[in-house]
Design a protein. Sequence first.
Length: 132
Amino acid sequence: LERQLTLNPDDTHALQNLGAVELRLKDAKAALAALDRLVKLQPKNASGRINRAQAYLALDRQEEATRDLERARSLQPSNAQAPLFLAKLAIAQNDMPTAKENLRAYLQIAPPSAPEVKPAMAELERLSNLAD
């Protein structure tokens, strides 16, 4: 990927892949660098924004992560990842109404076979029971 980016620094596919690889390797700063470049080149790339939000979260930059996730959700409402990450972020911030809202949104659009569906359902039930 780095060689490909040396030859073509504006290769958005390579930037997206490099950002994802760096996230898996737990190098959030390197991921953020690649994903910043990607989003600069493709501001409407929802998955790039979701990946960048993950890098922001790893760097404890929650406000920026929230902005990217909300923008990703507006760009691609059918992408279930944004509301799922927004729910997790809201739980971490102890904002249970927002967490429940985002979990419901996730469950409405996520494929039933997605591995996160059952845990999301359980979490929504847990949060709903807390309010009772």
